[in-house]
Write a protein that binds this ligand. Structure first.
Ligand SMILES: O=C(O)c1ccccc1NCC(=O)[C@H](O)[C@H](O)COP(=O)(O)O
Length: 270
């Protein structure tokens, strides 16, 4: 059993990420990142797409994870991205964390070159430098995880992201995190159904937090979604976005799996 002093997986990931960012800052300066062609690009709004969608799928590219180890390491990211776009996903989430998820910023850049979907940089962000990286590699949205940041830090990063033309998805696990961290620079609130200490997944987490998320923010349910019924059960709670990773990525053709999933959702929306 873990003692109270055992660092959680989230604090380990954040610590490693901060070390990595400190090294990267020595290799690539902020002004080099700002000089990237992508800096001139106008972002695509994921929140607007979710508000106007009957299905609301944000399809994720995820090779492995702390909870599942290997999911799928043999796919072409470009083919996965094109498959998701063809399937009718509202947006794509690209895990750019390397050590625990097997992703990279090159994955984000390749996704940008492959599709016109809004792209979420899914990573563990605690430094403004990472916002510049996200913009320079073609992201439209960044994730801020309340459990990993103080409320003040969250607000600062969200404001800086907005200044770069990036939308913000704030991830919460509890009503207390929502209460302390939500600010006007966020566009979407993602309720993570995965407990990052035990890795247990329960969509009840989304249901229980739905009513405390103000309607001005797009509600997104994240993790552990593997059937259409879960989505039809979450819609009456006001959820408009559904982040799906493993369910698509564990198949040989994630785009095709996403297409069947989205088509079946469209049938139920009729
Ligand atoms: O997925 C994990 O094991 C994990 C562990 C620790 C921190 C974050 C983690 N996942 C990131 C995500 O938020 C999910 O990739 C995303 O919500 C999709 O979840 P799923 O559909 O269950 O793959």
């Amino acid at each position: 059993m873990k003692s109270a002093n055992t660092p959680s997986i989230l604090s380990k990931i954040i610590y490693d990420k901060q070390v990595e960012v400190a090294l990267k800052k020595q290799l690539i300066s902020e002004s080099e990142l700002r000089a990237a062609a992508m800096f001139k690009r106008s972002g695509i709004s994921l929140s607007a797409r979710l508000r106007n969608s009957d299905t609301g799928i944000i399809a994720e590219h995820k090779r492995r994870s702390p909870s599942k180890a290997v999911i799928n390491q043999s796919l072409s990211l470009s083919e996965v991205a094109k498959g998701y776009e063809k399937a009718g996903a509202c947006g794509m989430s690209v895990l750019t964390e390397g050590k625990y998820f097997g992703g990279s910023l090159e994955d984000l850049q390749l996704a940008r070159a492959s599709v016109n979907l809004p792209l979420l940089r899914k990573d563990f962000i605690s430094d403004p430098y990472q916002l510049l990286e996200a913009k320079a590699h073609g992201a439209d949205v960044i994730l801020l995880i309340a459990a990993a940041l103080s409320p003040g830090h969250t607000k600062e990063l969200a404001l800086q992201a907005n200044d770069l033309g990036l939308e913000v998805l704030l991830e919460v696990h509890t009503a207390a995190e929502l209460d302390s961290h939500l600010n006007d620079y966020c566009h979407m609130v993602g309720v993570n159904n995965r407990n990052l200490k035990t890795f247990e997944v329960s969509v009840e987490t989304s249901k229980s937090l739905a009513e405390v998320i103000p309607d001005s923010f797009v509600k997104v349910s994240e993790s552990g979604i593997s059937d259409e019924k879960t989505i039809t059960a979450l819609r009456p709670y006001g959820f408009r976005g559904f982040l799906v990773g493993e369910h698509f990525m564990r198949t040989e053709d994630p785009g095709q799996t996403a297409r069947q999933f989205i088509n079946s959702l469209k049938q139920t929306a009729l």
